[in-house]
Structure formats: structure tokens, C-alpha cells
Ligand binder design. Sequence first.
Ligand code: ACO
Ligand code: KIV
Length: 766
Amino acid sequence: MPMLADPSTKYKGYTPIDLPDRKWPSQKYGKVPVWLSTDLRDGNQALANPMTVEQKTLFFRQLVKCGVKEIEAAYPAASDTDFQFVRGLIENNEVPEDTWIQVLTPAREDLIRRTIDSVAGAKKAIIHMYNATSPTFRDVVFRNSKEKTIELAITHTKIVRQLTEECTAKYGTKFRYEYSPETFTQTEPEFAIEVCEAVKAAWGKAGTGEDRIIFNLPATVEIAPPNHYADQIENFCRKISEREKIIVSLHPHNDRGCGIAAAELGMMAGGDRIEGCLFGNGERTGNCLDFSDLQSTIDTVTQCNDLPIHPRYPWAGDLVFTAFSGSHQDAIKKGFEAQRIRHTEAEATRGPKYWDIPYLPIDPADLGQNYEAVIRVNSQSGKGGIAYLVKQHLHLDMPRKMQISFYQVVQAISDREAREMTVDDITTAFRDTYHFGGSKYAGRLALRNFKISNEPSDDPNDSGDEAADERRRFDGTIKVDGVYRVIRGNGNGPLSALLDALKTHLDLDFSIRDYIEHSVGEGQESKAASYVEIVPAGDRKSSVSWWGVGLDSDIAGSARSTSAIGGRALPELKLSVGFNARSGQEDVASLIVNALGLELPRRLQTSFFELVQRTARDSGGEISYESLTNLFKTSYRFGDVNASPAPFGLGSFKLEHVGEGSRRQFVGEIIFNGEAKAVAGEGNGPLSSALAALHPHIEGELSIREYSEHSIGEGTEVVAASYVELLYEVPGSKKRSAWGIGTDTDITASGIKAVFNAASSLEVVA
Ligand SMILES: CC(=O)SCCNC(=O)CCNC(=O)[C@H](O)C(C)(C)COP(=O)(O)OP(=O)(O)OC[C@H]1O[C@@H](n2cnc3c(N)ncnc32)[C@H](O)[C@@H]1OP(=O)(O)O
Ligand SMILES: CC(C)C(=O)C(=O)O
């Protein structure tokens, strides 16, 4: 990618605060800051493999030894590891009397509860809550107005207050409160102050000394020189009310390499406390030279100096653009989506296509980097990042509730294995969980084929069409624990008809709670992706549910879910026909598909079932599996049977195209009662041309009433099975019909064989 000729067409400048009477440059730098180590939280969330409990404990002890009195130990709601680590510190008395343990939480009630639970019983704890306040985050991440942003902070501050008071009453823990208007430096300065005023009022008990409320003012992404940060801090300190009841905490980042300078100037401007990590660790890090191929510069320098570049070194380190943490990934994902829309609009109006992605101050591509490494997943990640990777690699845009559900799966693996989850890990976990992506991932239930039709009305006065529009019938073959089952059900739509079939034939009783679909790809190649959430039948509010995903060129075919049955035993196929019949035609069809691999079309199922019932009646009520299979073979001259030789057989033949369309000429041999005869005929397709070749040699007329086909087996072993129902009309006689079945490695030959077998069964007069 060439260097940008004019970066201002891509990056908007920002407006620094106007503070001409700034005082900080002439301040003496003498005040000792309160230090807050955030290595175990902000540093930990930015590692490919977040620390284990043992590593965190070692690090914690080192911090204590260095004399740090305020330690942000974890994001306890992120993972079991973080939660258990904090519990361990408290229960094993690792926290000295004079040290405050701090924990971070977003403004979400469930996560606040978990966070406060993690520190219950500690002597001193600081609850640190954050929500981003800048325009991009309001618009893109939270989709909140300014008012709603303030409301979010107020509501959750009150929750923190109530829960900490309850915890103090129960365990005696002393609490302080820290609030961060995340992205402070990108927020309108007056709005940041307004939010903090509202939080202070909602907290309602800021006092002096240890009762001061902490306002942390982060340069979440360092987008400006450090003097501008100092201006923002001085402005805040001047204007916030009751300054004496506030600790102003500085939380600079190092994207431009000025993190330390910003902390120093911020202290001169009025800061009281500094949050940071040892040795420059933390998120990402910190030009008019041509760095559009930065990698070649890195390679040359490292080769010459024989020194590695730190993974977080400004602009150049391997992890500079990488986000592991959930909040960041979610924001980046939303940022890309919003930017795509913005750029499309800009294209239409020929306006500038500005870059504005949360947490990515510049486009990695402008430094010759790709997007592969932008989102990486570990136990600090949330559903947003995981959904981003699934979308990138499987083209599936999971609905929100499914993201939450799949997040638990990934989180469990990453927590258990204490390592980063690669794209491959995530896509494999997705395929395993939702049985998505071919037979390798098939679950206990797999859909083999199906047909959706209108359910015939029961009302004899009904002419049919209107009522039939409303109800659907599902006819299909599924594989259940390796055994084929033919199932049928009715419902208001394809999915409810499928559920009805599962209930009728397999005792699986579920309802659909959610159904979402979208298309994948464009034009002729496009497919439908469907997502279905099922719950136990009749319990729409169930706390357990299962998601299924399907991709198909037909929307009805794409919705499948098989995860719900877990290890539960499913009813076996039992056959009982005759007078006390408990089995229906689907059970008989199931037997045939398992014994012979034949997936009978619906009308053939019905026809054979009538035959089975007649035979069972004649033989006193019961019929064995074996007799039933033999009955099928002899009735349809299928396989090596002892049936009388077929009157019609197919010899060698060839089909030739006639004109441009599908018309064909059949030229070949037909065997009439054992004698070969040369024939020829022309028709609209292979089967009708074979019939045309037959017609001059028979009495009456044959026509095709129904035709279907499918494959049997896989790979080089595959053969085609065809089914033909022929109608036979001879003037002066009643019309008759019969089915024929043909199999062959060639699909056309299998169809023509089926035609001849049907003609043989009809005892056509030659
Ligand atoms: C600047 C910073 O460093 S902030 C701290 C970042 N650190 C981390 O995120 C590490 C730990 N995080 C995690 O493990 C996960 O993100 C969790 C457990 C907190 C949450 O996971 P999930 O529930 O799956 O959510 P996910 O990670 O996708 O987060 C995005 C959601 O949180 C919301 N969110 C982001 N920040 C906040 C916040 N401060 N307060 C409230 N909600 C927030 C987003 O708007 C989004 O909501 P939406 O799903 O309604 O659109
Ligand atoms: C959560 C906040 C304080 C943060 O880490 C940041 O904005 O950088």
C-alpha cells in the first residue's frame, strides 16, 4: 500500500481545548503522586496469554514489596481466573493492612455484582467503574445520547453504592469508589465534567481524606501531545465542584510514545494519582517519514542491532494494534460496521472517508499491517470479538443472544486451557458446538433431505388453496445416531412442521424461541444463514436453550439445531404393522432407507405401505424386518431378487442432443421378453425420449407422473437412485399406475432403468 499522499483526507484533526491562561507550565513539580499499579488488570488484559493465578500472585507480592499501596488486581467479572485470584488474595491474607485492592467493572449490574462479590471480606477495596463518554463511543458502541450516557453512569453508581453498603454491613469491608469517564481525552471537556458531577451526586458521600471519590481521567488512546492532556486536566481540576473531595487520577496510554510525559505534565496540571504498569506494559502502546512498509524497517533494524523490538513498542511492536479485551473488541467490531456505512454514504456524496474506529487511532494498513492480528481471543475477551472472528472466517453474523451463548463455550475452553484461542480454535469450537460444516461435525441428529409442502386441509368442503397456504408439512429423512429415520410433521411453517415431526417420531419436544436469518454472499451464489433458538416445549421463558445454525441455498433448509438432545436416549425404530399397527408409513420407509439406502418419495412410501398392510393382514398381522425388505425387493424388482424376469429391459443406448435446448434422441436396444430390439425416439429429456422409443412397440400410452432421484454413498462409491411413477392408458381400459426404481453409477441410466421397471410392473402389452 503506498504512503497516503494527503493524510487529512483520511484522518480528522482534533480540536485541542482552548486554555490560554493555563497555569501548569509554571508549576513546580514536587508533589508525590499516589501510585496505582494496574499491571494485573490493564496490563493483564493486553497479554496474549493472560497471567495464571500463580503468576498474578507472584506479581502482586512484588508490587507489595515495591511499596505500592493501591493495586488494581483484576477485572473479576472477566474470567474465573481473575475472580478466583482476588478471592485467593483475600482468603490467604495476601493484602497488607495499609493496601487497597482495586477491581474494575463496566457499568453493568450483573458484572458489578460479581465484582463486589470478589472483594467481599477484604479489609479495604476500591470499586472502579467505567463507561466511555466520547462521541464515537456514544454513537457507535453504546448508541446512547449524552443524557443516556449520564443516566448509565448514575444508575450504576447507585448500584455500586447500594451493593458496597450491603457488603460492608455483612463483611465489614471498607470501600472507596473510582469512576472513569473512559476516553476522557476524546470527550467534550465540559461533558466529561458534567458526567463526573452527576456521578459525584449519585455516589452522594464524597468526603475528605480517605472518603474522597476518585475520578480517573484516562487518555484511553493517546491521540495528542502531552501538553494537551495537561490542559484537559487543569481545565477539569478548575471546574469540577468540591475539588477537595476528589482525587484526580491520571491514566495515560502510550500510543504516541508520550505516556510518561503526559503523566508528568498531568501531575503539574493538578493530578493527584497515577495509574500505570511497570516497564511500559499496557494496551497497544504509542511521521511524516514513509512508514507505509514499517515491517521492512523493523526487519533491517533488528537484524543490524541484534536486539528485538518490544511487542508494545510505539507503532512497531507486534501487539500495538491487537485487542484481547472484550470491551475493545466489541467497540472495534462496531466501529468497522459503522465505518462501512459511513464510507458508503461518503462515496455517494463524494465526501471524505474519515477513519474513526474506537481503539484504533490509525489504520494498521497505513503501516503495512493487516487486520489478522487486530482481534485475538483469550479469557479477557467477550462475545463481540469472538463474533467478529466468526463473521470474518465463517461469514456468519451470529445474533446477539447466540453470541452470548457461544461466548460461554469459548470462555470455558480458554479459562480451562489458560491460553490464547486461535482463529482455528474458535471456528472449530463453533463447528463442534453447532455441528456446522459437513459430516465431520455432524451431531446425533442430521438432516439428510426434506421437502416442505402445503398440508392438505382436513375440511372436505374446502376447495384447498387458501387453507393449504397457512399450514406446512415437513417430510424428510434424518440420521439419528447413525440410523436413518423418515419423519413427517405439520405446522404453521417449515420449522414448526419439523418440530412436530421430531415430536411425533422421536419424542423430542421443543419450541422455537428465536429465529433470525441473513444472506451470505451475493447474486446466484448467495446462501441463507439461519439461526434458531429452541427451548423445551411450552417453556418460552426457559433459562436453558440451544442454538442451531444452518447455511443453505434454501432458507427453510438452513435452519437446523441438533445440540439440544445432549446424551438423552432416543426411541428406537420398532416395527409393528397389521391389525394392531403402531408403526406408520414413515417407520416402514425408515426401514427401507436403512436396509437398502433408498429414500422413497412420499407417494411411493404410501403405495408400499398399503402393500405392507395388505400382506401383514394376509399373514396374520405381523411382518418381520426381513420379510418386509424382501417384499419391497420383489415388488419393485430391486436388487438380486427371485422375481420373474422383467418383460422390459434396457440394453445399450445413447442419448444425443437435438437442437440447443434439453431435447434428446434415444437410440439403443430394448429387451422385450428376452429379445433385443433396436429402437429410437425423441423427447424433451432423457426419460421422455426413452418412452418415445418404447411407444411404437406397445399398445396404449405411458406418461411420467412423478420422478425423483438421490445419491447413495459417498465419493467414488456413489450411485444414483431414481424413482419413476408411470401412468398407463389403453383406450377402453382403466388407467393404471406403477412405480419403478433404478440404480446406476450414471444418473440418466438410473432414471431410464426406473422407467423400464415401472413399465414391467404395469404389464404393458408389447
Ligand atoms: C479501556 C479499557 O481498558 S476498558 C477495560 C477492558 N477490559 C476488558 O474488557 C477485559 C475483560 N472483559 C471481558 O471479559 C468481557 O468483555 C466482559 C466479561 C466484561 C463482557 O463480555 P460480554 O458480555 O461478552 O460483552 P463484550 O465483551 O462483547 O462487551 C460489549 C458490551 O459491553 C458494553 N460495554 C462496553 N463497555 C461498557 C461499560 N463500561 N459499561 C457498560 N457496558 C459496556 C458494550 O456496549 C457492549 O454492549 P452490547 O453487547 O449491548 O452492544
Ligand atoms: C477503564 C479505563 C480506565 C481504561 O483502562 C482506559 O480508559 O484506558
